[in-house]
Design a protein around this ligand. Structure first.
Ligand SMILES: [Zn+2]
Length: 101
């Protein structure tokens, strides 16, 4: 019933990360140009994965998200995670040296 989609109810996007046509965002979940790129090429599922990854990074590196440097770090990682730009930083055990256990 009803072929008119209410605006913003169901958008799909060809996701750059998973390569699938999947549910996307109607409004950027992140500010600025990156937010626009997310709307254009990131599905909500992959964004959710990034949020988990981000939490992991914050915990792993003990980041203070109020710290501009930490934000820059996270933004770079987000771009790599979602768009495979640059070198993707994963929580790499070879970097254990920077963390005291
Ligand atoms: Zn995706």
């Amino acid at each position: 019933m009803g072929d008119g989609m209410s605006e913003g109810a169901a958008v799909t996007v060809t996701c750059q990360r998973c390569g699938q046509v999947a549910a996307g965002f109607t409004r950027p979940p992140f500010p600025g140009a990156i937010g626009q790129r997310i709307v254009a090429g990131t599905c909500t599922g992959c964004w959710g994965q990034w949020l988990k990854q981000q939490t992991m990074l914050i915990n792993h590196y003990g980041l203070n998200v109020m710290d501009p440097q930490a934000r820059t770090f996270l933004t770079r990682n987000m771009e790599a995670f979602l768009f495979k730009a640059g070198e993707g930083e994963s929580v790499d055990t070879s970097k254990q040296g920077t963390v005291s256990w």
